[in-house]
Ligand binder design. Structure first.
Ligand SMILES: Nc1ncnc2c1ncn2[C@@H]1O[C@H](COP(=O)(O)OP(=O)(O)OP(=O)(O)O)[C@@H](O)[C@H]1O
Length: 609
C-alpha cells in the first residue's frame, strides 16, 4: 500500500528545460503541479478531519444537555442510536480520514517533492555556463539546491496538513457557534480577523529575517567549503589564524541574523497569548451571560468553553506553522536567487547536431573582453584547416585559453563567429559540439569516482579491451593496476579522490590523455597536456599523442615551445590578437615575438630536427 502512494507521482519525470520561476508563489505552483491529482483529496481529507473534530466538541455540549434532560432511565432509548453512530465515526471514520491524509502527505507529497525540487534545480544548474560557476561558491550553490528541496517540502506539507485543517476548523466552528447563538459567532470572527492580520504582520518580518539568515548561512557554507577544497593553499598562506578569522566574520553575521530572527519569536509568543486571552474572555463571557439570562443551555456553554480551549491551544500551533511557512519562504526566495537564473549559453530552439567531416575550424572576427573594455580576445580571424595541427603560443594572458573556451562554448563570444566545417557553433547543440572535441588540460581534474568511470566518461559504451588499450597508450595502465583506495578497491575500480587528488599530477594527466584517446573525437585540444610529466614519460607520451593526432584537427597550447616540434603551423597570440603565423623556422627567421620567446628557451627541437 505504501508503495502505491509513493509511486503516484514520479519526481524525476522529464520536463521542458525552462528556467525555474523566480517568484515564490509561481515556484510553488510549478512544483505542486505534478501532484495536482492528489491535491483535491488532501484538501477533502483536511476538511473532513476538521469537521469531525469541531463536530465532536459541539456534540459533547449536546450530550450534556441530553443527559441532564433525560436522566439515566430514558437516555439510551432516546439517544442510544446517535451515540452508536458517533462512536463508530470516532473509531473508524476519523482514523481512516487521518490515515488517508497522511498517506498522501508523507508517502506521495513529502516523499517525492524534496528530490523533485533538487533534481530539477541541479539539472538546471548543470546547464549554466562556466562563468556562472566562476562567479559563485560551489558550496553556496549546493547548499541552496539542498535547502530549496527541504524548504519546499516543508512549506507544502504545512499548507496541506495544518493550514487547510485550521481554516476548515475555524469556518466550521463559526457555523456551529452561529447555530447555537449568532452573538457567540461574532467574537470568534473578530478574533480570527485580528489573528490573521497579526500573523501577516509578524510573518512578513519573519520572511525578511529568514531570507537574510538563509543567505548568511549559504555564504558561510561557501566560505567553509572553499577553505576545505583549497586546504593546501590555506595551510601554506594562512598564518596566524587568518582563515579562522575569515570564517568567524561569516559566523558572526550568521549569529546576528539568527538573533534578529529569534527576537521576532519572542515578540510573537507575547502577542499571541495576549490575543488568546481576549478570545477566552470574549467567547466564554457572553456564553455565561446568555446562560444567566436563560438563553443558553449548560451544554452549549460547555461546548463554547471546550472550543475556546481547543482554539487557544491550536492558535499557537498554527502561528508556529505560519511562521515556519514564512521562514521557509525566505529560504526558498534565497535559493531561487541562484536557481532561477537564466542560462546564458543555451541551445537554439532549432539547434542541429554538429556534423564533422574534416574538422575545419574558422574563427571570424572573434572578440571577447569578458564584459570589460579590453583584455581577452580582439578581432581574431583564423582558419585551421581540416586535419591541420596548430600550435598556439603567446605570453601568459595573451588569450589562448579564452580562444579554446569560446571554441568549446563554455561561454558565448561577445562578437564574431566560430565555424566548424562551415557550421556556426552557436547554432548546433552543445552536446554534439563537445562530443566532437577531445581536450587534455594542464590540470585535468577527475571526478571522485573510479578510474574506470573517469576513463569511460567520454565514451560510456567502450569495451574493457578498448579502455585498457587506451590506458596502455597513455602509459597509465601499469600505475592504475597498482592503485588501491581506502575501501580496498583496486586497479581500475579504485576511486581517485575529489578532483583526482589521490593521483600525482602526472598520473592525473595520463588518465586524462587515456580518456581523450578513448573518446577519439575528430578535434583535439591540448592545453599544456604534458606539462606535469617527467621528461622520460613525456617523450613517450608525445609519440603517442602524435599518433593520436593523425587525421584530427589539433590545437595545442604550450609554453614550452619544444613540445610543438611537429606541428604544421604555429600561431602566436599577443594581447588578444594573432600577431604571427607560420612554421617554426619561418617564425624564428622573422625575428618577432616567437623568435624572442624561442631564443629565451634553452634547448629545443631545432637541435633534434
Ligand atoms: N573569467 C574571466 N573573467 C574576466 N577576465 C578573464 C577571465 N578569464 C580570463 N580573463 C582575462 O582574459 C585575458 C586572457 O586570458 P587567458 O586565460 O585567455 O590567457 P592565456 O593566454 O590562456 O594565459 P595563460 O598562458 O596564463 O593560461 C587575461 O587578461 C585575463 O585576465
Amino acid at each position: 500500500m505504501f508503495r502505491y502512494f509513493e509511486k503516484l507521482v514520479d519526481p524525476f519525470a522529464p520536463r521542458p528545460r525552462t528556467k525555474p520561476p523566480a517568484t515564490y508563489m509561481a515556484f510553488l505552483r510549478e512544483e505542486i503541479a505534478p501532484f495536482r491529482r492528489v491535491v483535491p483529496f488532501l484538501i477533502a481529507a483536511g476538511v473532513l478531519i476538521a469537521a469531525i473534530e469541531t463536530g465532536l466538541i459541539f456534540y459533547g455540549g449536546y450530550l450534556i444537555d441530553v443527559m441532564s434532560e433525560s436522566g439515566p432511565d430514558t437516555f439510551l432509548s432516546r439517544h442510544g442510536f446517535i451515540l452508536l453512530l458517533v462512536a463508530l465515526g470516532v473509531v473508524f471514520l476519523r482514523p481512516f480520514a487521518i490515515g488517508v491524509q497522511h498517506l498522501l502527505l508523507e508517502q506521495t507529497l513529502a516523499g517525492n517533492v524534496q528530490e523533485q525540487v533538487r533534481w530539477r534545480a541541479h539539472s538546471w544548474l548543470l546547464g549554466q555556463s562556466s562563468s556562472f560557476f566562476q562567479n559563485d561558491f560551489a558550496g553556496r550553490l549546493s547548499n541552496r539546491v539542498m535547502q530549496l528541496g527541504q524548504a519546499t517540502e516543508d512549506s507544502l506539507y504545512m499548507v496541506f496538513e495544518a493550514l487547510v485543517f485550521a481554516l476548515a476548523y475555524i469556518v466550521v466552528a463559526v457555523v456551529l457557534l452561529a447555530e447555537l447563538d449568532l452573538r457567540l459567532a461574532v467574537p470568534l470572527v473578530v478574533w480570527a480577523v485580528v489573528y490573521v492580520l497579526y500573523v501577516r504582520y509578524i510573518a512578513r518580518r519573519v520572511a525578511v529575517a529568514s531570507e537574510k539568515h538563509s543567505d548568511a548561512r549559504s555564504r558561510t557554507t561557501g566560505r567553509i567549503v572553499d577553505a576545505y577544497a583549497n586546504i593546501e593553499t590555506v595551510k601554506l598562506f594562512s598564518y596566524g589564524g587568518r582563515e579562522q578569522r575569515f570564517a568567524l566574520t561569516s559566523l558572526r553575521r550568521l549569529r546576528l541574523n539568527l538573533q534578529r530572527f529569534l527576537r521576532l519569536m519572542t515578540e510573537l509568543a507575547f502577542g499571541l497569548n495576549a490575543l488568546n486571552g481576549l478570545l477566552i474572555v470574549g467567547l466564554v463571557g457572553p456564553a455565561i451571560w446568555l446562560w444567566l439570562d436563560d438563553q443558553m443551555t449548560i451544554g452549549a456553554v460547555a461546548a463554547a468553553l471546550t472550543l475556546t480551549n481547543r482554539l487557544n491551544g491550536m492558535s499557537g500551533w498554527i502561528m508556529w506553522i505560519v511562521i515556519r511557512l514564512f521562514e521557509q519562504s525566505g529560504v526558498i526566495r534565497e535559493g531561487l536567487r541562484s536557481v532561477a537564473v537564466a542560462q546564458t549559453v543555451t541551445d537554439k530552439e532549432d539547434a542541429k547536431e554538429l556534423a564533422v567531416a574534416g574538422g575545419e575550424i574558422r574563427f571570424q572576427n572573434l572578440s571577447h573582453h569578458y564584459g570589460k573594455e579590453n583584455g581577452g580576445l580582439d578581432g581574431i580571424d583564423l582558419t585551421i584547416k581540416a586535419g591541420e595541427r596548430v600550435g598556439l603560443v603567446g605570453r601568459s594572458g595573451a588569450g589562448k585559453s579564452t580562444l579554446v573556451n569560446l571554441l568549446l562554448r563554455f561561454r558565448d563570444a561577445e562578437e564574431g563567429n566560430i565555424l566548424i566545417d562551415g557550421q556556426d557553433i552557436s547554432a548546433v547543440t552543445q552536446d554534439s559540439l563537445r562530443r566532437n572535441i577531445g581536450m587534455v588540460t594542464q590540470d585535468s581534474s577527475l571526478l571522485h569516482r573510479s578510474v574506470r568511470a573517469n576513463l569511460l566518461y567520454g565514451r560510456p559504451d567502450a569495451s574493457e579491451e578498448m579502455m585498457v588499450a587506451a590506458a596502455k597508450q597513455a602509459a597509465a595502465h601499469d600505475f592504475i593496476l597498482e592503485l588501491r583506495d581506502q575501501n580496498m578497491r583496486v586497479g581500475y575500480d579504485a576511486f581517485v579522490g575529489e578532483r583526482g587528488v589521490k593521483l600525482s599530477g602526472g598520473q592525473r594527466q595520463r588518465v586524462a590523455i587515456a580518456r581523450v584517446i578513448l573518446k577519439d573525437a575528430p578535434i583535439l585540444i591540448l592545453d599544456e597536456a604534458t606539462s606535469a610529466l617527467d621528461s622520460e614519460v613525456e617523450a613517450a607520451i608525445q609519440d603517442t599523442l602524435y599518433s593520436v593526432m593523425e587525421g584530427k584537427t589539433v590545437i595545442a597550447i604550450a609554453h614550452r615551445l619544444s613540445t610543438l616540434a611537429r606541428m604544421d603551423r604555429i600561431v602566436v597570440l599577443d594581447a588578444g590578437r594573432v600577431i604571427e603565423t607560420g612554421s617554426h623556422a619561418e617564425l624564428v627567421s622573422q625575428g618577432g615575438l616567437y623568435a624572442d620567446l624561442w631564443n629565451r628557451q634553452s634547448g629545443g627541437f631545432l637541435a633534434s630536427t
